[in-house]
Design a protein around this ligand. Structure first.
Ligand code: CA
Ligand code: CA
Ligand code: CA
Ligand code: CA
Length: 383
């Protein structure tokens, strides 16, 4: 499509959809990702599911993957139970710990946080019980979480949250979003006594209700989901300002169906890889290129298979391309499941190479993993 046609199409579709924000903000009037051809979503099955969360109804929400630095098969999933706490699961889905610390909605983590002369993995969650930042370190030996919050750090009325580690300054940040469409970015630091404190570094408005967010640490981007509108790309540094570009949108002309929920980044080499979004309204996951203008790549869903039900109404997601031992040799994609066939909500784990192979082949894969899929070639990951 040439630029003239693109502008004309954009103008008509924007009026039709009422998405005037893309124009009136005056920031970037490029069309967000053009819609996919109406192909059927790729279907892939999970190979592992976690124990259900303790609370019933809508309780599980978001998760983060902790990668064990020396024994990758001992990596864990930290998942939220937004009715009351935070769970830790091993890669077989077994619950190792449950912390009834409050209504944790979203969770994220970053490694190598300097605390009392050690490098620790820091986990943060937005606690909706009191709009505070829940802060833990991962005990490398026990794999369990230990509370290291210096105090009750109260933020805006928390909804979503994520983390960012600056390559430029080495600083770590907690980013929190709200139902009013507001964002706050908090710098996290060692308070000198082995605890972690925070100070607000910036705040800005996105628009309407926002929850999911993810930062690209290498490229210094911050992606935010405006639930009924689409995905925005901001600068992640606290002095980056509020200029933004649309990545994709809901409704006609977009690849997303509201709500836009969890966002995750699959890091490849040399700045490549993928941005993935949970398109909750049609229970799919939308894949974009991580680099440049986040070109649309593929849509997939997690279908039933391997004795595990498929996922639907997904909130949070996370992905890693790190080797996690024999069950997940090229990493894992994990999604919250809004309707678990066997009890309360839980999290489903999909080997990352199945998604990569599906993206590349564009067809349904045989699902009787392991064994059916040829041994993944080394170049399949990272990609
Ligand atoms: Ca939900
Ligand atoms: Ca939401
Ligand atoms: Ca399900
Ligand atoms: Ca959610």
């Amino acid at each position: 499509m040439n630029d003239t046609k693109r502008s004309a199409t954009l103008g008509v579709s924007l009026v039709g959809l009422g998405l005037l924000a893309f124009v009136t903000m005056g920031v970037d009037t490029r069309q967000a990702n053009p819609p996919a051809s109406p192909e059927k979503a790729l279907e892939i099955s999970a190979t592992v599911e976690t124990h259900p969360v303790p609370h019933d109804e809508d309780a599980a929400d978001d998760l983060a993957i902790w990668v064990h630095s020396t024994e990758p098969a001992k990596s864990t999933i930290v998942g939220t139970d937004k009715q009351g706490g935070l769970g830790v699961y091993d890669l077989a889905g077994k619950q190792l710990q449950y912390l009834p610390d409050g209504e944790m909605n979203n969770v994220d983590l970053r490694g190598d946080f300097p605390l009392s002369g050690q490098q620790v993995a820091l986990v943060t969650a937005g606690n909706r019980s009191d709009s505070s930042i829940a802060i833990y370190r991962v005990n490398q030996t026990s794999r369990l979480l230990e509370n290291v919050a210096a105090r009750k750090i109260t933020t805006l009325e928390v909804y979503g949250s994520c983390m960012y580690r600056s390559r430029k300054t080495g600083k770590f940040y907690y980013i929190v979003t709200s139902k009013k469409g507001e964002v706050e970015q908090w710098e996290l630091y060692d308070d000198g006594t082995g605890k972690v404190d925070g100070k607000k570094a910036r705040s800005f408005k996105v628009g309407s209700q926002t929850e999911g967010c993810v930062a690209d640490d290498e490229l210094a981007h911050l992606y935010i989901g405006e639930e009924t509108v689409g995905i925005w790309k901001y600068g992640a540094e606290p002095d980056a300002g509020t200029s933004r570009t649309p990545v994709d949108k809901t409704g006609t002309g977009g690849n997303l169906v509201a709500d836009v929920e969890g966002l995750a980044i699959a890091y490849g080499t040399d700045g490549t890889g993928y941005l993935i979004a949970s398109s909750q309204g049609n229970s799919t996951y939308v894949v974009y290129r991580r680099e440049q203008s986040n070109q649309y790549v593929k849509t997939f869903r997690i279908a039933g298979g391997n004795g595990i039900d498929g996922t639907s109404d997904t909130d949070g997601i996370d992905v890693t391309t790190a080797h996690l031992g024999p069950a997940f040799p090229h990493g894992v994609f994990v999604a919250q499941d809004g309707h678990n066939d066997n009890g309360n909500q839980n999290f489903k784990l999909v080997p990352w190479q199945l998604i990569i192979a599906g993206i590349r082949n564009g067809d349904r894969l045989r699902q009787d993993f392991p064994g059916s899929l040829r041994t993944p070639r080394p170049e399949l990951s990272p990609l």
